[in-house]
Design a protein around this ligand. Structure first.
Ligand code: DC
Length: 226
């Protein structure tokens, strides 16, 4: 790639728009750290469920987020993971992908205190540079000074279709209509919350991936890096 690529790259967009695939590939190409910030909200959600907490108890969930150390480290195993998620010394990478986490994470991510605790940690890592950070509020709130901001969009239908195909290719049971309704529900919660809602940063480049392959999206962003 180019000799002088942007150092801090923010990629935001709705669930299942292909942000992680793009971010991972870009970070690999540039030799940068890939940081998927969604895993931090997932880790808090998993831990709260594990402890049998009532997720509607905002104060308790916030306290948990403020006092738990979540480490997001480069992947230690070639099992398809993008990174290792370690909480209290335990590798919970795959636990953060469980359906009960999917179903509850938007609620946890809407709590202002939880967001504050997570954003501080993300900011500290992002400001070191040479990073591709992926999330919902990276270009708007966490790293507004990012050198390149991408907003990767796709219609709810297309995102649900991709998830459905992914499930089927893994041999997992999958219901398209159910996936579509969950995608819409998460979009709604993520984009209407009071703090740091999902929205396009003024200076972001919007890429609509509905009619683009993963390769074509990567190619567009690679050109933007030059
Ligand atoms: O990208 P994901 O599906 O792993 O995100 C999980 C949840 O966390 C989702 O509800 C959006 C939220 N999230 C957020 O609010 N801010 C971020 N920077 C990243 C994720």
């Amino acid at each position: 790639m180019t000799n002088n690529p942007p150092s801090i790259i923010a990629i935001d967009g709705p669930a299942a728009s292909g942000k992680s695939t793009l971010g991972r590939r870009l970070a690999d190409a540039l030799g940068y750290l890939f940081f998927d910030t969604g895993v931090m909200y997932r880790a808090v959600t998993w831990l709260a469920l594990q402890r049998g907490m009532d997720l509607r108890d905002e104060a308790a969930v916030t306290m948990l987020a403020e006092t738990t150390q979540i480490d997001v480290l480069p992947a230690s195993k070639p099992d398809g993971r993008a990174c290792d998620v370690i909480v209290e010394g335990r590798d919970i990478t795959w636990e953060t992908r469980r359906p009960e986490v999917d179903a509850n994470v938007s609620v946890v991510a809407a709590y202002p205190g939880v967001r504050h605790a997570m954003s501080e940690q993300q900011r500290r890592i992002g400001q070191r540079g040479k990073v591709v950070m992926v999330g919902r509020d990276i270009g708007t709130v966490v790293l507004p000074e990012a050198d390149l901001k991408i907003y990767l969009d796709a219609s709810a239908h297309e995102r649900a279709r991709r998830r459905h195909e992914e499930n089927r290719s893994r041999g997992a049971a999958s219901d398209y209509d159910e996936i579509l309704s969950k995608v819409r529900e998460r979009d709604y919660i993520d984009s209407t919350r009071d703090v740091a809602p999902l929205k396009v940063a003024d200076d972001a480049v919007v890429i609509d991936s509905d009619k683009l392959s993963a390769d074509e999206v990567f190619e567009q962003v690679r050109r933007l890096c030059e």
